[in-house]
Design a protein around this ligand. Structure first.
Ligand SMILES: *Cc1c(COP(=O)(O)O)cnc(C)c1O
Length: 352
């Protein structure tokens, strides 16, 4: 498929690189294509602009909407790299399949993304900690109020220059284990990146904030006993000499950062296990001093150290509320590979 390109005649002023925040500014262009009559068509890059929709657009009513999150980095010599981008487009199709949405051509989407990034290359910030956040998304567009899969869809990619996820730097966060609300259940859509999962998480997130905690630790939706994720990140615990992360149960998102952390730990000879892990086991390890480190993983923050865990009013401090040795080695290695400050011997980066 050909991509038609219409360049903007009125480029926007660039935001202050020191105050980018996260997801607040958008580049000059966007990619869109439409699924009509059983095939993808109208692939185009156009100036960033509003989209017009019928009020009955199905995505607004029944939530057939999936998205991805990835980043582009500009290296010291001005080259542009993506981090394991094929994995994101594979995951688009995992989400699509579960939401009864049609697949996209993964190679074509990556090609379209590269075209878009090249056109907006001067939107990629190059200050340490900054990057270009990439948001592909796809939603149902039939104007129809009956419950069935839509027959038409729109796929889009927008770009947003972002600063470091945590403006205060890599500091341990306090997390609150949620024992009333759940995010997802096995058999549901927890393993997909679909909008409703985030809507389902907001009330607990707001209540945790009000109690002084920055993220919710989600427990499984059936027994409310096994750890699933932290906020919208995957989660790891170092207990003794072993690193443990919840196994992919069907209600957990299969994070690309999670996968990369597991592969690095294996390469370094650190014992890493994917299994069911109960909140009681983690609290007991915190109490008896064997819980050494804990961190969350995700594209936005990359690695987020956890300094305190509260479950039913029992607040346990982890590693003196300091960043653990393994946590910081993982952060330095992954961000180092992403920005090509260290050699990519894992073959993870993709040149645009
Ligand atoms: C996106 C996401 C993650 C992290 O996935 P990455 O591929 O590492 O960015 C983890 N959990 C949830 C719920 C997510 O939406």
């Amino acid at each position: 498929m050909n991509i038609s390109i219409t360049k903007t005649t009125t480029p926007k002023p660039k935001p202050d690189i020191n105050n980018l925040g996260f997801g607040q500014y958008f580049s000059d262009h966007m990619f869109t294509m439409d699924y009509i009559d059983g095939k993808w068509q109208n692939a185009q890059i156009v100036p960033y602009q509003n989209i017009s929709m019928d009020p009955a657009t199905m995505a607004l009513h029944y939530g057939q909407l999936i998205f991805e999150g990835m980043k582009a980095y500009k290296t010291a010599d001005g080259s542009i790299f993506l981090f394991r981008p094929r994995k994101n487009f594979e995951r688009v199709n995992v989400s699509n399949e579960r939401l009864a949405m049609p697949p996209v051509d993964e190679d074509f989407c990556l090609e379209a993304l590269c075209e878009l990034i090249k056109l907006d290359a001067d939107w990629i910030p190059d200050k340490p900690g900054t990057s270009l956040y990439i948001r592909p998304f796809m939603f149902a567009t039939d104007p129809f109020l009956g419950v069935r899969p839509s027959q038409t869809y729109k796929f889009m990619i927008i770009l947003s220059p972002v600063g470091a996820y945590y403006s205060e730097g890599l500091n341990p966060v306090k997390i609150y284990a949620e024992d009333e609300f759940v995010r997802a259940v096995r058999g549901g859509v927890g393993f997909t990146k679909t909008a409703g999962n985030y809507a389902a998480s907001l009330k607990a997130q707001t209540e945790a904030h009000d109690k002084g905690y920055s993220q919710v630790l989600w427990l499984d939706g059936i027994e409310r006993k096994y750890i699933e994720e932290v906020g919208s990140m995957n989660v790891f615990f170092k207990i003794g000499d072993e690193v443990i992360t919840p196994e992919l149960s069907g209600s957990i998102l299969s994070g690309i950062t999670r996968m990369s952390v597991i592969e690095l730990l294996q390469k370094w000879g650190v014992k890493v296990t994917e299994r069911k892990l109960s909140i009681d086991e983690v609290m007991a390890a915190a109490e008896n001093g064997t819980l050494k480190e804990s961190w969350g993983t995700g594209t936005a923050a990359v690695i987020s150290p956890i300094g305190e865990l509260n479950f039913k009013g029992n607040a346990q401090v982890i590693n003196n509320n300091e960043i653990g040795e393994l946590t910081s080695k993982l952060y330095d290695t992954i961000t180092g590979i992403q920005t090509h400050k260290i050699a990519d011997d894992m073959g993870w980066t993709f040149k645009v």
